[in-house]
Design a protein around this ligand. Sequence first.
Ligand code: Q46
Ligand code: ZN
Ligand code: ZN
Length: 305
Amino acid sequence: MRKCVKCQNKAVVYLPQHRLSLCKEHYMEWYARRVEATIREFRMFSKKDRVLVAVSGGKDSLALWHVLHRLGYRADGLYINLGIDEYSERSKLLCDKFAKDRDLVLHVVELKREVASIPEIKQVEKRPACSFCGQLKRYYMNKYARLLGYHVIATGHNLDDESATLLSNVLSWNMEYLSRQFPVLEEREGFVRKVKPLCKFTEKENALYAFLAGIEYVEEECPFAEGASSIEHKMILNQVEEKSPGTKLRFYMDFLRRMHPLLSSEEVSLVPCRVCGEPTTAEVCSVCRLRERLSPKPLSSSASS
Ligand code: Q46
Ligand code: ZN
Ligand code: ZN
């Protein structure tokens, strides 16, 4: 039986990459301290900032909201209802329950009311659902964060997500994506600052925190999840990790500390979308163009938000 290195009680977890055995209480404390340290290391936000946590009902985002609240940050939630049948219904229910049980504020955006649900859009769009779903989520997250007066948007991206994205960008030497791969994207011309406080935690570490904190979260995958290449990259990294614990974290952190500063970040200029006024690089933003394809009618030239 492994013992907790802090109190000698029975350990509930062994973290090989950190060579740590911890009991429930000390795991939760370790997790919270490490989140706080990550927020400080990358100067993500302070206790004065109003933080909007993008919650999906999954383990990562709810663990993030829970730990930010526990650390004393001013964190509210934003749930975007994608209208994906029972999957979205259950996710919404669990986010609602999470907020009510803890007396927290949850904002809900109904995609069906804003544009159309993901299954409805999928009938018209040929590309993979995740491609337009990701665009729509980023658009409404930013729009509502700004309208509701939040200083920063926090998302639950974890180390598995970030290191798999990094591997994919390295394999294709996508310099533009590499230069933007950082856990903080600064505020600029209509874009609210975006941060990833869980970028140093694996999926498993987040799941364990959520479990120990008694958080109910959706375990089933979105039925539209395709991501074959990202799953493959995660598998490759997991195999290396198993043989050599700590590789995933080192791969990601060494990129951030040693490689990222060498990459030039040429920023494309942003303009307000001619139709909705949201920041975009084109004359009309991708969401307005999507809206146009869904119900073709002449695009108005006045901003509606
Ligand atoms: S919700 Fe949307 Fe994800 Fe479903 S359609 Fe893809 S991006 S998988 S996180
Ligand atoms: Zn202990
Ligand atoms: Zn627009």
